[in-house]
Design a protein around this ligand. Structure first.
Ligand code: UDP
Length: 329
């Protein structure tokens, strides 16, 4: 029996595939390679290139393999882009998952781990954010993920498909080997952008807003190492298979760092001065996003290993130095 990882060639998916493989699971990967990289997945792992909205393709994959569960990462995930192109986000994130669930149901696959997001909460009502807090997304991206969480709830009710939705905060870092890491084209995330400055690929880092109501005026985020996140998927899969109960968990470190603190830590890690340029706020950025992951720690037995910001940045730096042009090196 195999676990089907959808979006397994993307940044988070490829690290989860490594983690599940190291835990000895049989895996197959589906990815349309719109953003993912074929080189990020071990060539010994069965790989199917195709889109989740392609029902004929999905049906073939589910017919050729004995699949016992799905881990679903395949999605578009940029808040700003989603505001400009909401149809793209509903089409890919919602329609893709809808088709996946239809095919799962048809093939009697009753377990799914779903990549959700802190963006389902919108502007937080209190800090740290708890799973029971109101979910009022402020972007089509957050809305699309919340729509899928609700769809999952009804699929559980109607068909007995059990799910765990994991609401990620700011994922960063890379596999300790430095072989796989974050490579988005174009890059929009803070830590890889800072490291691109350290590599000499861009002259300075633009800080989006220095007038937030925080200690140094820059946004505070909760950075979680991608391998800790990957491990949480393994634990969630075991949990839902064992308990047959659907759940939602936050995944963050519960510790906030400002943009300035991230830059300062990166300066220490890289030894580069990393010049900055302060510009206006980026629309849609809440001042503080900080998770309570107590529920995941208590119920899944999850224990982040790489919680130090410097360790997270060091691992990302190792990948960037080894692959200055990402997977095209
Ligand atoms: N940020 C920044 N400059 C950049 C990219 C990001 O100041 O070039 C800030 C952004 O405003 C946010 C934080 O860094 O406060 C993290 O942004 P990122 O895009 O990495 O993740 P997000 O919080 O949007 O999921």
């Amino acid at each position: 029996m195999s676990i089907c990882v959808c979006g397994g060639a993307g940044y988070i998916g490829s690290h989860a595939v490594r983690c599940l493989f190291d835990h000895g699971l049989d895996i197959i990967v589906i990815d349309n390679l719109s953003k993912g990289h074929r080189l990020s997945v071990d060539p010994n792992i069965p790989f199917y290139q195709g889109d989740l909205r392609d029902r004929v393709f999905l049906d073939k994959v589910f017919s050729e393999n004995k699949i016992e569960g799905v881990i679903h990462f395949a999605a578009d995930s940029l808040v700003g882009e989603s505001v400009l192109e909401p149809l793209k986000y509903y089409q890919n994130n919602v329609m893709g998952t809808l088709t996946l669930l239809e095919v799962m149901n048809q093939h009697k696959v009753k377990t799914i781990i779903f990549s959700s997001t802190a963006a389902t909460y919108g502007e937080p009502v209190s800090t740290p954010i708890l799973e029971e807090d109101p979910t009022i997304p402020t972007s089509p991206y957050g809305e699309s993920k919340l729509a899928v969480e609700k769809l999952l709830k009804w699929c559980d009710h109607a068909y007995g498909i059990k799910y765990i939705a994991l609401r990620y905060f700011n994922v960063a870092g890379a596999h300790p080997s430095g072989d796989i890491g974050e490579d988005h084209q174009p890059e929009s995330h803070l830590i890889p952008l800072i490291l691109n400055v350290a590599l000499g690929k861009s002259p300075s880092l633009k800080i989006f807003g220095t007038d937030y109501p925080t200690k140094d005026g820059t946004c505070i985020r909760d950075y979680i190492h991608v391998m800790d996140l990957a491990e949480a998927h393994f634990l969630a899969l075991n949990k839902v298979q064992e308990t047959r109960q659907s759940k939602i968990y936050n995944l963050g470190n519960g510790q906030g760092y400002s943009v300035q603190e991230v830059i300062q830590t990166a300066r220490k890690v890289t030894g580069h001065p990393i010049p900055t340029l302060s510009i206006e706020r980026r629309p849609g950025d809440p001042a503080i996003l900080l998770a309570s992951s107590q529920k995941a720690c208590d119920e899944l037995g999850w224990k982040p290993q790489y919680f130090e910001l410097s360790t997270i940045i060091q691992s990302a730096w190792a990948f960037h130095q080894k692959h200055p042009n990402g997977f095209s090196d």
